[in-house]
Design a protein around this ligand. Structure first.
Ligand SMILES: NC(=O)c1ccc[n+]([C@@H]2O[C@H](COP(=O)([O-])OP(=O)(O)OC[C@H]3O[C@@H](n4cnc5c(N)ncnc54)[C@H](O)[C@@H]3O)[C@@H](O)[C@H]2O)c1
Length: 308
C-alpha cells in the first residue's frame, strides 16, 4: 500500500473519515474526492495528510482529470433510504450514474476499485442470516441504485478486466456516525423521560463497528485474491431496535425513568431484518470483527459527554 496512490470518494463522510484516518498511515499519497453534500469539512481537516478535492463524482471530466490513482475506494453516495423513496431520480444519479463515473476513472487509470455496497441489495431476505449468494431483491430505490452500481462493477470486471472488490456493509456505527444510536442519544438529550422508536421496534440490524469495516476495506484493497469477489461486511449478529434502546437505557442508567414508545409505522423501504453471514470475509480477507455493540455504545456516550 505504501507506494500506491489512493483515492477515496466520499472521504469526507462518516466511513470515509475513518478509512482515510487509517490509510494516512499506510500510504503517502491519499486523495479525498467529495462534494461535501453530506460530508463534513471537519472530517477532511482531521485527516491533514490527505489531499482534498472538492468535486462531484458526476463531474466525470473533473474526476478523470485528477492525478492517476492505483486504488480507488468508492464510498460517495446518497445514503438515506427514505430520501431515495422521495427522490428516486436524484438517488439514481448519485448512486448508479455516479458509480459509473467512478468506474470510468478506474478504467482510465487502470486502478483497482473497492465499491461500498449495502445490505439494501438483499431487501427483506427470505434467507437469514443472509450470505453473498442470496441474490438481489432490493426493497427501496437506494437498494436498487446500489444493485445497479454492483452490476456495472461486474460489467467492468468482465469486459474491461478491472480489479474490483464489492463490499456490502450491514449497519455501520461508531464515532461521527449519524445513525440510530446517535438519533436515540439526541432524543434522550432533549427529553430523558421518553424515547420514541420509529417503526415497531422489532426491526433488527447487524451492527458492525466502523473500525472493523475499515480493517475489511484495507484488506479488500490490499489482497489480490479479493479481486473479483463480493463480501458481506457485518458482525454476524442481529439486534432488535427495541433491544438496542433497552441496552442504551441500561448503560445510561435510565431504564427506570424512560418510557419507550413506538410509532408502529416505519418509513417506506425500511427492512425488517439485516443479519449477515460473514464467513467469506472472515476467511478470505483474514478479517475478524472485534468491537461489541455494548462497548461501542459506551464509547459513543463517553465521547458525547466529553464534548458537552
Ligand atoms: N453507514 C452505513 O451503515 C452504511 C451501510 C451500508 C452501506 N454504506 C455505504 O457506505 C458508503 C459511505 O457511507 P457513510 O455512512 O459514510 O455516508 P456519508 O453520507 O457519511 O458519506 C457519503 C459521502 O459521500 C459524499 N457524496 C455524496 N454524493 C456525492 C457526489 N455526488 N460526489 C462526491 N461526493 C459525494 C458526501 O458528501 C459524503 O461525504 C456509502 O456508499 C453507503 O451507501 C453505509
Amino acid at each position: 500500500m505504501k507506494e500506491k496512490k489512493v483515492m477515496v470518494t466520499g472521504g469526507a463522510g462518516f466511513i470515509g473519515y475513518h478509512l482515510c484516518n487509517k490509510l494516512s498511515n499506510l500510504t503517502d499519497d491519499l486523495t479525498i474526492y467529495d462534494n461535501l453534500s453530506s460530508g463534513k469539512m471537519e472530517n477532511v481537516q482531521d485527516n491533514p495528510k490527505a489531499k482534498f478535492v472538492k468535486g462531484d463524482i458526476l463531474d466525470v471530466k473533473k474526476l478523470c482529470s485528477q492525478e492517476k490513482a492505483d486504488l480507488i475506494y468508492h464510498l460517495a453516495a446518497q445514503v438515506v433510504v427514505p430520501y431515495s423513496m422521495e427522490n428516486p431520480l436524484e438517488d439514481f444519479e448519485t448512486n448508479a450514474k455516479g458509480t459509473l463515473c467512478v468506474l470510468e476513472k478506474a478504467r482510465k487509470d487502470d486502478a483497482k476499485l473497492v465499491f461500498a455496497s449495502s445490505a439494501a441489495v438483499y431487501g427483506n431476505p427470505a434467507q437469514l442470516p443472509t450470505s453473498e449468494d442470496y441474490g438481489f431483491h432490493p426493497f427501496s430505490c437506494y437498494g436498487l441504485s446500489k444493485v445497479v452500481g454492483e452490476e456495472y462493477c461486474q460489467m467492468y470486471r468482465e469486459q474491461y478486466g478491472l480489479d474490483i472488490v464489492v463490499t456490502r456493509f450491514a449497519n455501520v456505527y461508531g464515532l461521527r456516525c449519524h445513525g440510530v444510536i446517535h438519533d436515540f442519544l439526541d432524543k434522550l438529550a432533549k427529553n430523558p423521560n421518553k424515547l420514541e422508536i420509529i417503526g415497531t421496534g422489532l426491526q433488527s440490524r447487524d451492527f458492525v463497528h466502523v473500525s472493523d469495516v475499515v480493517d475489511a476495506l484495507v484488506n479488500a484493497g490490499s489482497f489480490e485474491s479479493a479481486n473479483g469477489q463480493t463480501y458481506n461486511i457485518g458482525f454476524g449478529k442481529t439486534t432488535k431496535i427495541i433491544d438496542l434502546a433497552k441496552m442504551m437505557l441500561k448503560i445510561l442508567n435510565l431504564q427506570d425513568k424512560t418510557v419507550v414508545t413506538t410509532t408502529n409505522v416505519s418509513w417506506q423501504g425500511d427492512i425488517n431484518t439485516i443479519w449477515f453471514v460473514n464467513a467469506k470475509a472472515k476467511k478470505e480477507l483474514k478479517w475478524n470483527p472485534k468491537v461489541s455493540l455494548e462497548d461501542s455504545i459506551k464509547e459513543v456516550i463517553a465521547a458525547r459527554n466529553l464534548s458537552k
